[in-house]
Design a protein around this ligand. Sequence first.
Ligand SMILES: CC(C)(COP(=O)(O)OP(=O)(O)OC[C@H]1O[C@@H](n2cnc3c(N)ncnc32)[C@H](O)[C@@H]1OP(=O)(O)O)[C@@H](O)C(=O)NCCC(=O)NCCS
Length: 262
Amino acid sequence: MPKNSPQPLRVDLRASVGRPMPEAPGPRLPCGVVQIAPEIRLCQVDIQVLARDWWGDFLLADLRRPARGLSPAAPIDAWLAPVEQKVLERFKSFKRQVEWLAGRLAVKTLAGACLDPDLPPTAVTVSHEPDGAPVLPAFPRRCISITHGGRFAVAALSLDTAQAIGIDIERMPLPAGEAFLRLAFSQRERAVLDPVDQLALARAWTLKEAYLKYIRRGFHRNLQGVEFLDGKLLDGGREAPVRWTFGAPDPDHLLAVLFGPR
Ligand SMILES: CC(C)(COP(=O)(O)OP(=O)(O)OC[C@H]1O[C@@H](n2cnc3c(N)ncnc32)[C@H](O)[C@@H]1OP(=O)(O)O)[C@@H](O)C(=O)NCCC(=O)NCCS
């Protein structure tokens, strides 16, 4: 296992690899596919642009509104299976509608660009394991991870069936009050973390969340049992055999991408 470098890799999330995205009628998707490591692909979707293009919603900065119907121009039949269209209709909040759709479009784009360009997006659906981890019924041996935060939704796919992946994006600054710090970090972590160093906090928190997704447990795993200490990711006090990197789609967001053996 190669050692993690103390400095994160620089990831240009605007670079594009893979095949072109599936063509669909209507507005283009605000996303692209990027390569993070040899076997890892990411797709990020700008949810404000999605809200504008699919719902005609121009109040971009804050999406906290009740759920609403799509604009007639939205290419919904090209992208969503009927069962997914029903899910989209059932959300109560507009923010959750847009975030959920953005995550699904990111996954479908990855599947079309990296796994099977002939499979229509409507055939690429996501289901969940009992603890909430996403799976692709069309490609059950491939590991995916989904995250939404602030302005972006991101999906990640591992092309190596022996490799698992977890990702997490957060908008900075984090809610760095005492209650959050006690919930998120162990006593040992709090002893070394500077609560005003926003980047250090965001790195530690996104990395821990990405790890919880990598092990497919989410918050079903005790947060205090996973620690980011001295540049190492510890699970139950033992170093986990994982690698990670950070990316920033813009200066206000931090994305952690973590991967390792399945
Ligand atoms: C996933 C989790 C760790 C972090 O979520 P978050 O930062 O709030 O939200 P994110 O946008 O980064 O991630 C959400 C995605 O994580 C994925 N996810 C959820 N549970 C997961 C798990 N156990 N393992 C891996 N991925 C998981 C899902 O794909 C979800 O997106 P989707 O609902 O659109 O499919 C947390 O929400 C969780 O554990 N949820 C499941 C358990 C739960 O609901 N507990 C109630 C609160 S205690």
